[in-house]
Design a protein around this ligand. Structure first.
Ligand code: PMP
Ligand code: GLN
Length: 382
């Protein structure tokens, strides 16, 4: 294995899920729902599979999906030409990797907000670029907030791009307009490209999702990334997309076409259907997730954790120190055996593990009986 990939031989999600399965634990580690998406979307996939949509789709993605993505973006007041300003990818993961490969390279620095989704560090390394992290800090009410001064201080003459994930995994932070405005100001001043990860755009419980591309000066310098997995409970489908100005999309496509060429042919019409016709279903999902967040947060608090606020995503973070544990990473490895629950330590998503060692991330995108069972088991920690 080449040196630049040596830190990335395993993923915490695969490790914790394997441990949960071995221990028969309730898996609140890896974030995936345990119910299916809208039935008509599944039916559209079935029809496409049996209707002959099984060969390579067009390089940029099937036209009906690109049209549906463009239409969906108009909810934010953003207008994209489906021909040239939209690219369908193999999940947001490939969209982010292809964007970094296309737009950054050796000698370039990429700003990454810490804690960061695990693929960011690996994709920056694949591109041969260097990551520079900007840690989130405790804000009002324990919310994880952007440290604007730290962001400004992290820019160097080598900075080329910034990765912005909101709603934010693992913390559940939804960046405010002020935070986004500060990011935009830094991007414009230093001529940076922003790569946004908006996979939880519909899963906002408090506040609203504001795409960075809607801020002044940002439409022309933002590669906006999203995906169907979280919005329509189909994380295994891996249908994602990029929206950006034609020259940026062309660059990302240059990388994407030699990573996977094209993506998920028969699933694309189904996602097009979902984007056009299933947003009411998504609104019910969102409402359900608000209740699930509250259910798990209350259960964790009752079990003795100090729960941090989460305004979106699938996740809530909790401090393990009130229970007498000093090291949440060590606890995460023991928890499945100890009480039969799996969670993910937040410090693995950082370059400063000691500063994040007290936090566990729990996923609440599960049926209520699963959450209740996890809470009952976690109460044994008291
Ligand atoms: N970004 C974030 C913040 C995520 O939590 C995930 C996990 N689903 C992804 C990207 C990956 O998305 P996809 O499955 O569409 O590649
Ligand atoms: N995005 C999911 C999470 O954060 C997991 C994705 C994965 O397993 N790579 O839990």
């Amino acid at each position: 294995l080449v040196p630049r990939l040596r830190p990335f031989t395993s993923t915490i999600f695969a490790d914790m899920t394997a441990l949960a399965v071995r221990a028969g634990a309730v898996n609140l580690g890896q974030g995936f729902p345990d119910t299916d998406g809208p039935p008509a979307m599944l039916d559209a996939a079935r029809k496409a599979l049996f209707g002959g949509a099984n060969q390579y789709p067009p390089g940029p993605g099937r036209p009906e999906l690109r049209a549906a993505i463009a239409e969906h973006r108009t909810r934010y007041g953003l207008h994209h030409d489906p021909d040239g300003e939209i690219l369908v990818t193999t999940g947001a993961t490939e969209a982010i990797a292809a964007s970094l490969l296309a737009l950054t390279g050796p000698g370039d620095e990429v700003l990454v907000i810490e804690p960061y989704y695990d693929s960011y560090a690996a994709s920056v390394a694949l591109a041969g670029a260097t990551r520079r992290v900007v840690p989130l800090v405790a804000g009002p009410g324990g919310r994880f907030a952007l440290d604007v001064d730290a962001l400004r201080a992290a820019v160097t003459p080598r900075t080329r791009a910034i990765l912005v994930n909101s709603p934010h995994n693992p913390t559940g932070t939804v960046f405010t307009r002020d935070e986004l405005a500060a990011i935009a100001e830094v991007c414009v001043r230093h001529d940076l490209v922003a790569i946004t990860d908006e996979v939880y755009e519909h899963l906002v419980f408090d506040g609203e999702h504001v795409p960075l591309a809607t801020l002044p000066g940002m439409a022309e310098r933002t590669v906006s990334v999203s995906s169907a997995g979280k919005t329509f409970n189909c994380t295994g489908w891996k249908i994602g997309w990029v929206c950006a100005r034609p020259e940026l999309v062309a660059a990302v496509k240059a990388a994407k076409q030699f990573l996977t060429f094209v993506s998920g042919g028969p699933l694309q019409p189904a996602v097009a259907h979902a984007l056009r016709h299933e947003l009411e279903w998504v609104e019910r999902l969102r409402t359900d997730l608000v209740a699930k967040r509250d259910r798990l947060a209350a259960g964790l608090a009752d079990a003795g954790f100090e729960v941090r606020p989460s305004a979106g995503t699938y996740f809530v973070c909790a401090d393990v120190r009130p229970l007498g544990f000093a090291d949440a990473e060590e606890l995460a490895w023991r928890l499945p055996e100890l009480v039969g629950v799996a969670a993910v330590p937040v410090c693995v998503f950082t370059d400063h593990p000691d500063e994040w060692r007290h936090l566990l991330r729990f996923a609440f995108c599960k049926r209520d009986e699963v959450l209740d069972e996890a809470i009952t088991r976690l109460r044994q920690l008291r």
